[in-house]
Design a protein around this ligand. Structure first.
Ligand SMILES: [Zn+2]
Length: 293
């Protein structure tokens, strides 16, 4: 009886253990299967990456419009993204995902700021730290040099200085990308890095290579990091622009077409990325609901 009891108890414990192991293995198996299905789905469908394009951030309502929004609206955008589970990432995170399979957070998004206005440092940077959100800033380097030399900091018309840029990058919340040294012009003679009328192909290549490389080396010299992404001024380009930009080593390019990007494991998906211009027209919910699916 005692023996039989002992045997039964042992058997019972053994059965329980087997049951738990089977349950754990089964659960793990299901989890593994779900993860594998998700990974397959991602590979087939790709990951959606919306990129938002901001410019200036100013309190003066008279200045707000297509290229300037208020600090309050930017804060409201950040709150909306946080509440809805979006995580702003750097281009380096995106490149690491596409080229090396390093996972991205769920619902990745890029908050990009063009031209490098001083008000980005004054208003967007403190909000980035407060809401723990990464920003991608593409400054016009000729302007950065001008304001660094003058040692002038003005939110209304100034641009970020090298010191501002270094402080933001060192914080871990800001990544700097290339928006040309001196080619951010939009007039009859020149539109961004577009080929000029009558310009020979070799003159064109030399002209844009010289300018964009100058921006690359200045940023590398002052910040200690080399931009990976070229941001087309005004989204303007010619037939051969992308070839020359790629030959300089850029791993990605931003345009101005309003669309959500799809990231796959093919590095080609990093070129000509679409972006949504953030104007002051809509509140955060209306804006993001109009572009995020
Ligand atoms: Zn610009």
């Amino acid at each position: 009886m005692f023996c039989s009891f002992k045997f039964t108890k042992k058997l019972f414990i053994l059965m329980c253990a087997c049951f738990l192991i089977a349950l754990a293995a089964g659960g793990f198996g299901i989890h593994k299967a779900v993860t594998a299905v998700q990974a397959d789905h991602e590979l087939e469908q790709g990951i959606q990456l919306p990129i938002i394009m901001y410019h200036g951030i100013l309190k003066d309502t008279k200045r707000q419009g297509n290229y300037v929004i208020s600090p309050d609206l930017l804060e409201s955008d950040m709150k909306y993204l946080k509440e809805n589970g979006y995580t702003p990432v750097f281009m380096q995170d995106v490149i690491d995902y596409v080229k090396n399979g390093v996972p991205l957070p769920e619902k990745p998004i890029i908050l990009s700021f063009d031209d490098g206005y001083y008000n980005n440092y004054a208003y967007a940077f403190p909000l980035a730290k407060q809401y723990e959100m990464k920003l991608v800033i593409a400054p016009i380097i000729a302007k950065t040099e001008e304001y660094s030399q003058a040692n002038e900091e003005n939110a209304n018309y100034g641009h970020i200085t090298w010191d501002n840029m270094k402080e933001m990058v060192d914080s871990g919340y800001v990544e700097i990308q290339n928006h040309t040294y001196h080619l951010h012009t939009n007039n009859q003679q020149q539109v961004g890095i577009k080929k000029k009328k009558g310009e020979s192909e070799s003159d064109y290549q030399a002209r844009i290579t010289q300018d964009v490389q100058m921006a690359q080396s200045k940023i590398t010299e002052h910040i200690g990091r080399t931009p990976t992404t070229f941001v087309y001024p005004f989204g303007a380009f010619s037939k051969t622009s992308e070839t020359y930009i790629r030959s300089m080593g850029f791993q990605a390019t931003f345009g101005c077409e309003s669309r959500t990007n799809v990231l796959t494991q093919n590095p080609e998906c990093l070129y000509g990325l679409g972006r949504y211009l953030r104007t002051n027209e809509m509140d955060s919910a209306a804006f993001f609901e109009s572009i995020l699916t």
